[in-house]
Ligand binder design. Structure first.
Ligand SMILES: Cc1ncc(COP(=O)(O)O)c(C=O)c1O
Length: 491
């Protein structure tokens, strides 16, 4: 928890804030239609203002409403729930709630149960691992990914290589960090149609906020490809309708949608694609029967084949509570709100200048509000154009109660493009065991340890973005940073 300090109070100039908000409302009249979120901020999310936190790391994790916790605690206190792998009364009570939550997830994404399965996992990474380890990669096949995937998607290439398939990456174009028109289709066309091919891309980049076309799903299907659309960073502020868009595999983490509970995600899988997966092992919970002497296994089917051991049966019912909370607010209101506030913030960061007129920021990704979400990656710049060390930004942010993310956000390829690191440099570099991130940065010649990322979500209000811009002013005309910054250990 951040401790309110006199400095912060000074900065929080209520009069100027009110005036800025009035001007903002004049240029964004539709914002008033999201006023119910300002009310919720005072009740459900009151702890933000009570603690004086400016929370702008919603792509890292969303925030929960107080009522989500209350409803979940009430539920746990009123009944007895046992391990669902049984038929006794307390076990059945747990099973009912888990299955109710599963149905609620499918309903929320408008995914007919006959077409999609909802598999509960520990997080989006767990969902991706299920696909990676079970996908029928084979020689002649390919794992294709855009540069801006999260490392939990990039890791799938290891499964592909182990089974003799190749991997390839579709590059991004700087400075917008999008894929050039027609390029993805060229990569898709270049593959053999005889083996299984798997495409993976994020619906929204967790680095740049770019929203890639969902039309790519159909383009890939027409060419016989299976498709993972990583929606972990997309669904917290955008509607995903699986009756319109039909990707084969969709990984998500629920804490990114509504903050609580952590430790639960899902793989939404199109049933015909799910049938193509072959699990590399079996476990408790995934079999009808398994014997020891004959070493035979009768596997379960559908979601049950993929849920290893005991699911988080006390936590999963809180997913349904979270979904109801989002539905009451309305995803359209959340989208409209983060779009208006994000646009104001992006314009403010673009306009930030040093006294000599030179730019005080460098934005990575689109600098307008077309086909992008409310995640903005950038660096503050010294007046001579060098990026300001992100560790110093972290230090000043902590002093001001500002929570943002710095680094490369587990998104290596977007970082490589944003910082112009060439393939030759990366192939030529000798990576050794025991290296820390600082060694890596020196070796590949990164100009900085990473970017600063601000990301907006359902509880963001105008005061948050205003206070962030007041904080950003601190970096104007800054020529040097202190030399006692901590070592960077890992990304
Ligand atoms: C786009 C994207 N994919 C996958 C993940 C991994 O999510 P988790 O750490 O919850 O498994 C993240 C996390 O930030 C993400 O932003």
């Amino acid at each position: 928890m951040a401790i309110a300090s006199p400095t912060r109070q000074d900065e929080f100039d209520t009069g100027r804030l009110r005036q800025a908000e009035a001007e903002f409302l004049e240029t964004h009249p539709g914002f008033r239609e999201t006023a119910h979120l300002d009310e919720l901020r005072k009740t459900e999310y009151a702890r933000l203002d009570a603690c004086g936190d400016v929370y702008l790391d919603y792509t890292g994790g969303s925030l929960y409403a107080a009522s989500q916790l209350e409803e979940h605690m009430r539920m746990l206190q009123e009944r007895v729930y046992g391990n669902p792998h049984s038929v006794n009364p307390t076990s059945s009570s747990a099973t009912i709630l888990v299955e109710q939550a599963r149905a609620a997830v499918l309903r929320y994404f408008n995914a007919p149960e006959s077409h999609y399965a909802c598999i509960f996992t520990p997080n989006a990474t767990g969902a991706l691992r299920l696909v990676g380890e079970s996908y029928p990669f084979a020689p002649g096949g390919q794992f294709l990914a855009t540069f801006d995937n999260h490392n939990s998607v990039n890791g799938i290439r290891e499964f592909a290589h182990t089974k003799g398939a190749t991997s390839a990456y579709v590059p991004l174009e700087a400075p917008d960090l999008r894929v050039a028109d027609g390029l993805l289709e060229r990569y898709l066309d270049a593959s053999s149609t005889k083996a299984h091919n798997l495409l993976a891309y994020p619906a929204q980049s967790n680095f740049s906020g770019v929203k890639h076309p969902l039309e790519w799903i159909e383009a890939a299907h027409e060419r016989g490809w299976d498709v993972i659309v990583d929606c972990a960073a997309f669904v917290p502020t955008s509607r995903l309708d699986l009756s319109v868009w039909k990707p084969d595999f969709v990984p998500i983490s629920f804490y990114k949608l509504f903050g609580y509970p952590t430790g639960i995600g899902a793989l939404l899988a199109r049933r015909p694609a799910l049938e193509r997966l072959h699990r590399p092992w079996f476990s408790g919970g995934t079999v009808v029967a398994a014997n020891v002497q004959g070493e035979k296994v009768v596997p379960l089917s559908g979601h049950a084949l993929f849920e290893d051991g005991t699911v988080n049966y006390l936590g999963i019912p809180a997913v349904e509570i979270g979904l109801r909370h989002i539905e009451r607010i309305g995803m359209d209101a959340i989208s409209a709100r983060v779009q208006a506030l994000g646009r104001w913030l992006l314009d403010g960061l673009k306009r930030l200048r040093h006294s000599d007129g030179s730019p005080a920021t460098c934005i990575y990704g689109p600098t307008n509000w077309e086909r992008r979400g409310a995640t903005i990656a950038f660096n503050f710049l010294h007046p001579d154009g060098r990026p300001i060390d992100e560790r110093y930004v972290d230090r000043v942010a902590a002093e001001h109660g500002v929570s943002v993310r710095t680094g490369c956000f587990c998104n290596s390829g977007a970082g490589e493009t944003a910082f112009s690191i060439s393939k030759d440099t990366l192939i030529g570099a000798e990576f050794t065991e025991g290296m820390i991130l600082d060694d890596y940065i020196r070796l590949v010649g990164l100009p900085t340890g990473g970017a600063v990322r601000v990301s907006l979500g359902l509880a963001t209000n105008f005061a948050d973005v205003y206070r962030f811009m007041a904080f950003a002013e601190r970096f104007r005309d800054l020529t040097e940073v202190p030399s006692d910054l901590p070592l960077r250990l890992a990304c």
